[in-house]
Design a protein around this ligand. Structure first.
Ligand SMILES: C[S@@+](CC[C@H](N)C(=O)[O-])C[C@H]1O[C@@H](n2cnc3c(N)ncnc32)[C@H](O)[C@@H]1O
Length: 508
């Protein structure tokens, strides 16, 4: 199990490191830097490994090109690895750079909002960080704008406080291409500011194109995190020769009621909608709840159903929690033919534990055949504990669509005082890739549904080896594998089940 995106174990001796000035590029490292005990080595960024990137690219391109009679067409080596310096190779590099930078932009925006929230609670350290971040952002915008005004003769050179270090005309090209709004949002991120200064023309153009193509996603992401980008540009006078109107950008700020980022879906027609099922809004909860149909928590860790907490190994009460940040780095997006799905905004590596499938723990499925997951403590033997029903309340994991070649897996683990089903990365996952999971063959059998994943070996493809129509459960079962830890049995007693836990709704 890899803990790249996990925060900390409860009770672990964790010290915060001083905030690093450069957020971008180091994003995964920063997570660890913030959360690991200070005496540990910080691992290097795995996502920059070109082999991993190319392996993923190979898979992606192979899937996109499945035009052969048996549904699979191998690519030539030249297509996969264009010759060094060729136009195709440069484009591939630029695309890779843009995706990585985009992922750092989302990460930095999220980190900014975490500090903002802590600063709002009068945390002195976070208040100081916020002051620095705001100062850097304002100075960046002011310098670049002043230099532009000087270049068109609206300011005298000696009125400009500091020289821009960016290539000439970059400010104008940026505002023209992505507009004041996205520039103001992205200026809050180290990733954007650094690329602005350092990236060559081709890389920068590719990044701007990516920002432009994801404008609603970025604005919604910032909006949910209450980023005050307006104050950065509201004093910009209009009109400025050669630039669009900043006033119009301010007036077009997103007007969308925010409860939780995962209450909103980016639709195929470029709009936003609330998540709903059977005409009712779906709400986010952080952890599973159970009601009167069980006298106590049916998933409570015990001697019978668990070999101990996967995080600390304890058989007795331990209070460990999985605090993954993966949920903060994914978004809900509509996909053709399959409805709402989950899009990654960062890179994940094989083995990353992304989150826990949560919902209402019930003895029945509440007549829902879409979302319930059978929770067992030993999946291969099928020892069923309850159903996790997430049609009304749940987290982002309920929106994972199925693929016969999925990027994540269900895994049964004991974490803290509960047996849970985690979602874990099955392989490297690139930014903007859809996260998918295998619902298990039973979900598709019986002719009621057809899988639309399009994979050449899809279960619903009659010529595929995996298609065999035997009706079974109509719930998500996944291919959950039991992962045990060699936990010490502490007192031999099953811990008392916690009292009915109220759903805690967090801001993210
Ligand atoms: C657990 S939900 C996933 C989220 C769902 N797409 C939504 O809009 O809420 C499962 C449902 O999503 C749709 N779905 C997911 N994966 C699919 C696939 N590969 N082919 C067809 N439909 C799929 C089906 O309607 C399925 O019953």
């Amino acid at each position: 199990m890899s803990f790249v995106l996990l925060e900390t174990l409860a009770g672990a001796n964790v010290h915060k490191r001083p905030y690093a000035t450069h957020l971008s590029g180091l994003h995964h490292t920063i997570i660890q830097a913030i959360n690991q005990p200070t005496n540990q080595e910080i691992p290097s960024i795995q996502s920059s490994n070109p082999t991993i990137y190319l392996t993923n690219l190979t898979t992606k391109m192979a899937i996109q090109n499945n035009t052969h009679a048996d549904g699979f067409e191998p690519l030539s080596m030249e297509e996969l690895f264009p010759p060094y310096g060729s136009e195709a190779a440069l484009t591939q590099t630029a695309e890779h750079f843009a995706k990585e930078t985009m992922s750092s932009i989302y990460f930095d925006l999220n980190t900014h909002s975490r500090f903002q929230r802590e600063a709002n609670t009068e945390d002195l350290y976070s208040m100081q960080v916020m002051e620095n971040l705001e100062g850097i952002t304002e100075e960046f915008m002011e310098t670049e704008f002043a230099n532009y005004l000087a270049s068109i003769g609206h300011l005298k050179k000696n009125q400009v406080k500091s020289q821009s270090l960016a290539p000439e005309n970059r400010f104008c090209a940026t505002i023209t291409e992505i507009g004041w709004k996205l520039a103001a949002i992205c200026a809050h991120t180290e990733a954007f500011r650094r690329a602005y200064m350092e990236a060559d023309h081709r890389l920068w153009e590719c990044l701007l194109q990516n920002i432009h193509n994801n404008s609603l996603s970025i604005e919604h992401y910032a909006h949910c995190r209450e980023l005050d980008w307006v104050k950065l540009i509201k004093e910009v006078p209009s009109p400025i020769p050669g630039l669009p109107s900043a006033k119009e950008a301010v007036e077009s700020a997103l007007d969308w009621e925010v409860h939780h980022p995962h209450h909103t879906v980016l639709t195929l027609d470029g709009d936003l909608k609330r998540t709903e099922f059977n005409g009712e809004y779906q709400t986010h909860i952080d952890e599973s709840i159970y009601d009167e149909c069980f006298p106590s928590d049916p998933t409570a860790k015990s001697d019978v159903n668990s070999t101990g907490c996967a995080l600390c190994g304890s058989q007795g009460p331990c209070g460990c929690t999985l605090q993954s940040r993966a949920g903060e780095l994914v978004e809900l997006v509509e996909y053709p033919g399959v409805g709402t799905g989950v899009r990654s905004l960062t890179t994940f590596n094989r083995g990353d534990v992304l989150d826990i499938y949560v919902g209402e723990l019930r003895s029945d499925t509440a007549n829902d055949t879409v979302y319930p997951l059978s929770q067992s403590w030993d999946a291969p033997k099928g020892d069923h504990l309850c159903y996790i029903c997430s049609h009304k309340t749940g987290n982002w994991t309920r929106f994972l669509n199925h693929s016969c070649q999925p990027s994540t897996n269900f895994v049964v683990r004991t974490i803290g005082d509960r047996v849970v089903t985690t979602i874990e990365a099955a392989r490297y996952i690139a930014p903007f890739e859809e996260l998918t999971i295998d619902y298990g063959s039973g979900y598709w059998q019986g002719g009621l549904r057809e899988c639309a994943c399009g994979h050449w070996n899809c279960i619903s493809n009659p010529s595929s080896e995996s298609g065999s129509p035997v009706p079974e459960h109509k719930v998500l079962e996944g291919k959950a594998s039991k992962k045990s830890t060699k936990g010490k049995k502490t007192n031999g007693k099953a811990p008392k089940a916690s009292k009915n836990k109220k759903a805690r709704v967090s801001p993210y």
